[in-house]
Design a protein around this ligand. Structure first.
Ligand code: PLP
Length: 394
């Protein structure tokens, strides 16, 4: 089956009992056992038909052996790290999701795990960071918010040569844009609260494994720790996933239009977008991504106020999160990355002027007009400032 068909007919796509073309929401905590040990389901933490439908679907979409649904992306990440033990070491991408960094720094370190943070684009640095205790390389590509792209095949190869795991958080791309398991990675995970859910109405996490051995481990931990996705949310997520390709095509086309617009906007000093031919990661992105994603970050010229810009917009929503139908804009330094100390943030390349935009599926004309409104407002206030300077000198 082709990808677009799998979205509709993959996994478990209809109810076997009634033929209903949408899998029912099975609100049941337990299941009647006619004969002990012969039941398909026993207890909904261990297995629920609605959850199973979305789990089978994501396994097919990411081309893995099994899928697992969790109450959030964070719960998915925590469950994956629960495979490991005190004393284990990990190589971590330097630009991972803030919540992932917090989990590592504030929780997992207390349990005796150790981490080395590297720019995973630098393959020599990745190789060098590996110690005899290293158990996995964990990364995101493209990263947040600077959209740096790591060569997935190359990192998977390094992991394999050291007999350690490679784990990728694929939230920013979705399996429409990139399928890391096909490129040699062992475990792929998602915050399905973003592109997979797609409608800003569900918090969920997904994990897909490359082989049965890993699937058994994750399945065991999912049941043991219990951070499962509930039936209602499982249904909502499956419903969201059905339109992934339709949405992604619109997201990608709009992102390209926004990139072209920003490239010609003199008040923008720098753009971060993997589809920019001048981006140093462009060739790697072109090789491993189907389209370049729909996240764009950009910096305003020195002295311009990003707050003033984002607060002017009418169509584009000022909010955290991404991957939604709505275009969402935010200032990392004040919002998503505000908890990182400023000196570390600046060292990582996240300037105060940086703006992150998750390009939605609205009409392009409205998006570009909205951006234009924001830039016009900046120009007007710049002019007012210089007028008042002239005035005060007089
Ligand atoms: C949002 C996000 C997460 C965390 O997922 P939740 O569903 O919010 O718990 C993890 N990784 C990335 C890249 C994210 O964007």
């Amino acid at each position: 089956m082709e990808f677009d068909t799998k979205l509709i007919h993959g996994g478990i796509s209809e109810d076997k009992a009634t033929g209903a073309v949408s899998v029912p929401i099975y609100m049941a905590s337990t299941f009647h056992q006619q004969k002990i040990g012969e039941n398909q389901y026993e207890y909904s933490r261990s297995g629920n038909p609605t959850r199973e439908a979305v789990e089978k679907l994501i396994a097919e979409l990411e081309v893995g052996t099994a899928g697992f649904a969790f109450a959030s992306g964070s719960a998915a990440i925590d469950t994956v790290f629960s495979m490991f033990s005190a004393g284990d070491h990990f190589v971590i991408g330097n630009d991972v999701y803030g919540g992932t960094f917090r989990l590592i720094d504030a929780v997992l370190k207390r349990f005796g795990m150790t981490f080395t943070v590297v720019d995973t684009r630098d393959l020599a640095a990745v190789e060098e960071a590996i110690t005899p205790n290293t158990k996995a390389i964990y990364l995101e590509t493209p990263t947040n918010p600077l959209l740096r792209v790591t060569d997935i095949v190359a990192v998977a190869k390094i992991a394999k040569s050291h007999q350690i795991l490679s784990i990728i958080d694929n939230t920013f791309s979705s399996p429409y844009v990139q399928r890391p398991l096909e490129q040699g990675v062992d475990i792929v995970l998602h915050s399905a609260s973003k592109y997979l859910g797609g409608h800003s109405d569900v918090i969920a996490g997904l994990v897909v494994t490359k082989d049965d051995q890993l699937a058994e481990k994750i399945g065991y931990l999912q049941n043991a720790i219990g951070g499962i996705l509930a039936p209602q949310e499982s249904w909502l997520l499956q419903r969201g996933i059905k339109t992934l390709s339709l949405r992604m095509r619109a997201h990608l086309a709009n992102a390209e239009a926004v990139f072209n617009y920003l490239s010609n906007q003199p008040l923008v000093s720098k753009i971060y977008y993997p589809g920019d031919p001048n981006n140093p990661d462009y060739e790697v992105a072109k090789k491993q991504m189907h389209g370049f994603g729909a996240m764009i970050s950009f910096e305003l010229q020195d002295g311009l106020d990003p707050k003033q810009f984002v607060e002017q917009l009418h169509v584009i929503t000022l909010a955290e999160s991404l991957g939604a139908l709505e275009s969402l804009i935010e200032i990392p330094a004040l919002m998503t990355h505000g908890s990182i100390p400023r000196d570390i943030r600046l060292k990582n390349g996240i300037k105060d002027e940086l703006i992150r935009l998750s390009v939605g599926v609205e009409d392009q004309k409205d998006l570009l007009a909205d951006l234009e409104r924001g830039f016009n407002e900046l120009k007007r206030s710049e002019k007012n400032v210089s007028d008042s300077k002239v005035h005060s000198q007089a």
